[in-house]
Write a protein that binds this ligand. Structure first.
Ligand code: DGL
Length: 282
């Protein structure tokens, strides 16, 4: 960060919150932000041209994330939420080092809650291959409590199942049964839904895991921590934004219409449009 950059950051309460993800999944985080802090404006970027991030290298995900942060900064956002678990795992440290804007990822809030709720000290994490390979959830949780054992399981088929709309479907039940059987055998009592899409199949996951397992939704925990962060920094917007003040703006790198259809299926706000941006220019 340069001195000039620091001087240019004058956070305002009525500035929007920037939120980004590799595609549509981060809308589960937007949904929680709208529920918990409804007076905030949001600028969302979904990298629909370059999704998935979960099978890409750390270098690539970091480069993509840096471009998106540069794009979001053009809106003078007051804070940035890295809504993607993979980007939080791979890029958040680098992004924070290079930026003066407060940032929050989805991994730490989810890890904190899991460490708090486990009773038998056996926590499962399901996520993309990248997030599981990075061991980030395990590292955070063990920094909080060394006596907890963490079992990670990559579940790559869940993302396409959710994007196909198969939220309640025998195919999803079957795949969930196969992925989760080893976590059931290990007797975990807490399961972190460590990927943006998984809260959308929460009821299937809950049914397969059984009543004794608490499901932790990092999207919900992130919105809670965001609210605390904004409150601490005196940046929480108390009044609803005025009429005509672009309350929610959505940008994508490809296929805006498809994005809008998906967004409307999970956020009951009535999203009319999304704009396409050439993110490689940033
Ligand atoms: N948003 C990603 C995550 O939470 C899932 C989709 C992807 O692989 O890009 O890790």
């Amino acid at each position: 960060m340069t001195g000039t950059e620091r001087n240019e950051y004058q956070p305002k309460k009525d500035a929007p919150i920037g939120v980004f993800d590799s595609g549509v999944g981060g809308l589960t985080v937007v949904r929680e932000i709208i529920r918990q802090i409804p007076n905030e404006k949001i600028v969302y970027f979904g990298d629909t041209a370059r999704v998935p991030y979960g099978s890409k290298s750390q270098e690539t995900v970091t480069r993509f994330s840096e471009q998106i942060v540069r794009f979001l900064k053009t809106f003078q956002v007051k804070t940035i939420v890295v809504a993607c678990n993979t980007a939080s795992a791979y890029a958040l440290d680098t992004l924070e080092k290079d930026s003066h804007i407060p940032m929050i990822g989805v991994v730490k809030p989810g890890a904190r809650m899991a460490a708090e709720v486990t009773k038998n000290g056996r926590i499962g994490v399901i996520a993309t291959e990248a997030t599981i390979g990075s061991q980030i959830y395990a590292n955070y949780i063990q920094a909080l409590n060394k006596n907890v054992a963490i079992y990670g399981k990559a579940c790559p088929l869940f993302v396409p199942l959710v994007e196909e709309g198969l939220l309640e479907d025998p195919v999803t039940d079957e795949i969930a049964g196969r992925y989760l059987s080893e976590l059931i055998d290990i007797d975990i009592d807490t399961l972190i839904l460590g990927c943006t899409h998984y809260p959308l199949i929460r009821s299937t996951l809950g049914r397969v895991m059984g009543k004794g397992v608490t499901l932790v939704n990092p999207a919900y925990e992130t919105a809670r921590e965001l609210k605390s962060l904004l409150t601490e920094q005196n940046l929480l917007h108390e009044e609803p934004p005025g009429l005509g003040s672009n309350r929610y703006q959505f940008y994508v790198s490809d296929k805006a219409e498809k994005f809008v259809r998906f967004a409307n299926s999970i956020i009951k706000y009535g999203i009319l449009s999304a704009k396409t941006v050439n993110i490689e220019e940033y």
